[in-house]
Design a protein around this ligand. Sequence first.
Ligand code: NAD
Length: 252
Amino acid sequence: MTVSTLRVAKTMSRHIFVLTGAGVSAESGLGTFRDKAGEGIWSRFDPMTLATPQAFARDPETVLAFYDARRRNCLAAAPNPAHVALARLGRALAEKGGRLTLVTQNIDDLHERAGSTEVLHMHGELLRARCGHCEATPAWTRDLTAGDACPECARVGGLRPDVVWFGEFPYHRDEIGRALASADLFVAIGTSGAVYPAAALVAEARAFGASTCEINLEAADNASLFDEARYGLASKIVPAWVDAMLGTGPKG
Ligand code: NAD
């Protein structure tokens, strides 16, 4: 076995933990939170007045209209090569006895549409509603109105987008903690390291002994916590990184 095949074999038995953020979906046309170009949906609206439980209580119609627009954008978007490469990584690791834990802060479904399975959406899913009466989270692809009935309990007036707003607890915390404890590589992709607790996961991974890598357009706020950084467009950098992990890159 050569040194390079040995390295690839070691990679295959690895548990890689990937955390993605808005940057992985930017090239699919979904605006990021901190969009320097000023074109993203978030740059035209103040999330603190739209993505909080208080905002929803005060003005549900405006909040629902905001998420209706985002849902339509999501449905019109398609996965890009970064999503596709991560799905490929998950399949290849599983085939070789390794494991990929894919955690996303994104509320879009582009990882799933690219073929990733078991995606942990820590901030919820735009294509689901949540019923305040029965806690059901039905799939939801059309506009959501205050007059809609829950498909589970049939009660009207309890539905909201199944997204985690500022001031609410992210989902899957226990599962994420368990995965961090056994991961030997933590990779953050397209996330600014500014939204907590997601931004703190890299420190947790380090404390458990994982090595860490940042893939981003520019250095994240928590860049000093990463052992390695690869900067550039996710659609280019992520497939190249996956090739390097799997030993499937160009030879030479
Ligand atoms: P963020 O907007 O704060 O940061 C985006 C990061 O991606 C930045 O570091 C930026 O440099 C990088 N980036 C931008 N374009 C890129 C590209 N083409 N390739 C690689 N990197 C690129 O996003 P965040 O850290 O995920 O936090 C924002 C919050 O807003 C999260 O809670 C997230 O749920 C939410 N959000 C979600 C979506 C979505 O679901 N698609 C979109 C916007 C915001």
